[in-house]
Design a protein around this ligand. Structure first.
Ligand code: HEC
Ligand code: HEC
Ligand code: HEC
Ligand code: HEC
Length: 411
């Protein structure tokens, strides 16, 4: 689309003062019209003529093209494409740079001395250009999307299933079940093997091999599996164990389901592992002052009874929410950014076919609060590192489409 050649282009701008008149940049007498988009600010329309767009182009060629590319298609890392971007958004963004709130040295310098009229024209020029296409877009990542945390956790846990059971429900006496454990406890346990506070050569080597991100993904994977009791025998007396467990409930929960991430749940745990853990606390090979004191007074038989009691309790899922997939996230983002990132709201930027490196950079800036936007702050807070990468790559691969605003008479 190159509207500029034949037609006037509609630039939607935020009203700064509060007048609701439509301004025509060529000085035509105003007819009153207001665009109201969503529930927010009123926008007024400015019609940019081919002449305005030509002036915008002259300015862009001299002041912007060296960074943003000849046709608004950037070839530089971290510099966004501007071609086809929504004019109202471009204008607002330029004002934001001018006022210094975006805090980008390159851009602040480039726009500092431009008049408001020049900002409208250069916004109209870039909006009139054909958008970048995903294939031609230099920044589009060819790499396949990273698996979401849950899938990554499942993949990384492949080597654990042989001992701990595929879904963390142990089938081997002596091997702890991992299902029902809070991810914080899980990660702390792995760190304790790594650091030597918990002595177990094999688990140490497992913990050393698992990288930080993998570890939290594995913990998440087990936390989200269906809880079930370990499929292993228990030798002790359950009823006697129940009596002995009265003193444990305060920390480990009434039915062995702990309410605190620092204290492991015991419900459904393999009995042999349970007893071994108690012995380890007793002889000091597993260091924990609280548990050492408690274990010291228990004889072998009571320990087995406790093990039998807890093994028979029903484990519960820890309080962990299933993370959203990239597709689920994108559906939310599209509510403001348009179908596949093709925004129709003049205030929301088009994301389709934007450079992935720029999208990543900006999402991090929102997350860190360096770039402020009430809409985006809430959204980006909940994103993980992998979500940011995947969403950036998702939007950079979408086909960008021009927006068409249809003006209809007011009521
Ligand atoms: C020295 C290089 C440089 C020059 C010259 C430059 N820009 Fe930029 N521009 C950048 C960079 C880098 C960013 C990304 C900054 C950020 O992350 O906030 C950017 C961002 C932008 C954005 C934000 C786009 C978005 O999607 O949010 C707009 C609009 C923009 N530039 C317009 C212009 C215009 C118009 C000119 C000329 C008047 C210009 N730029 C000149 C480097 C430049
Ligand atoms: C060859 C068998 C084996 C494999 C493979 C294995 N583990 Fe273990 N794991 C054990 C044993 C045995 C223990 C109990 C060690 C102890 O007494 O502290 C254990 C303990 C644990 C614990 C502590 C549980 C608790 O309740 O405190 C966690 C967490 C754990 N393993 C995670 C993993 C992960 C994650 C993997 C895969 C990366 C893995 N394990 C692979 C045998 C194994
Ligand atoms: C004051 C709080 C508290 C009380 C009371 C308590 N525990 Fe614990 N227990 C803990 C904490 C904290 C841990 C984790 C310590 C660690 O990281 O090794 C733990 C760990 C355990 C473990 C190891 C679980 C695993 O997955 O490796 C067992 C078994 C256990 N406790 C059994 C008991 C029994 C049986 C009683 C009652 C006789 C009891 N605890 C009372 C706080 C408590
Ligand atoms: C409630 C509406 C809303 C939702 C939902 C939303 N955004 Fe935004 N987004 C905006 C607005 C408004 C802006 C412009 C804010 C500004 O100027 O900083 C924006 C800006 C952006 C930008 C900056 C683009 C540029 O060119 O500089 C990116 C990237 C972005 N959003 C990505 C996302 C992603 C990814 C999601 C989903 C996780 C999302 N947004 C969800 C409203 C929304």
């Amino acid at each position: 689309m190159n509207l500029g050649a034949q037609f006037a282009l509609l630039v939607a701008c935020i009203i700064v003062g509060g007048t609701l008149n439509v301004g025509y940049s060529a000085g035509t007498p105003a007819k009153s019209a207001t665009i109201t988009v969503g529930a927010g600010d009123d926008l007024r329309a400015i019609y940019a003529t081919p002449q305005d767009i030509a002036e915008g182009k002259r300015l862009a060629d001299s002041a912007c093209a060296r960074c943003h590319g000849a046709n608004g298609i950037s070839t530089a890392k971290g510099v966004p494409h501007l071609a086809g971007q929504r004019p109202g958004y471009l204008y607002r963004d330029l004002r934001a740079y001018q006022s210094g709130v975006r805090g980008d040295k390159a851009m602040d310098g480039a726009v500092r001395f431009l008049s408001d009229d020049a900002l409208v024209k250069v916004a109209a020029f870039y909006a009139s250009l054909d958008p970048a296409q995903p294939i031609a877009a230099g920044g589009a990542k060819a790499a396949p999307a990273k698996p979401d945390p849950l899938q990554a956790g499942k993949n990384a846990a492949a080597s654990c299933g042989g001992c701990h059971g595929e879904t963390g429900v142990s089938k081997t006496p002596g091997m702890p079940s991992l299902v029902g454990l809070d991810p914080k406890y899980f990660v702390a346990a792995m760190d304790a093997y790594k650091g030597g506070q918990r002595k177990h050569d094999l688990m140490k080597s497992m913990a050393v091999a698992a990288r930080g991100a993998d570890l939290s993904n594995i913990a998440l994977y087990y936390a989200l599996q269906k809880p079930a009791r370990a499929q292993t025998p228990a030798a002790g007396n359950e009823a006697a164990g129940k009596t002995a467990a009265a003193g444990c409930a305060g920390c480990h929960g009434d039915e062995g389901v702990s309410g605190s991430p620092a204290t492991p749940s015991l419900a459904g745990q393999d009995a042999q592992y349970f007893a071994a853990a108690m012995r380890a606390y007793k002889d000091g090979s597993r260091k924990d002052d609280t548990m050492k004191g408690l274990a010291a007074g228990l004889d072998e038989r009571t320990v087995n009874d406790l093990a039998a009691y807890y093994a028979a309790r029903q484990p519960q899922p820890p309080k962990v929410r299933k993370p959203m997939t990239t597709a689920e996230w994108a559906e939310r983002c599209d509510r403001c950014h348009g179908i596949n990132g093709n925004s129709t709201d003049p205030r929301s930027p088009m994301l389709a076919a934007q450079r992935a490196d720029y999208l990543e950079k900006v999402l991090h800036a929102y997350r860190k609060g360096e770039r402020k936007s009430p809409e985006m702050a809430a959204m980006s807070d909940a994103l993980t590192e992998a979500d940011v990468d995947n969403l950036a790559s998702h939007y950079s691969r979408q086909k960008a489409r021009a927006v068409v605003y249809v003006m209809v008479p007011g009521k």
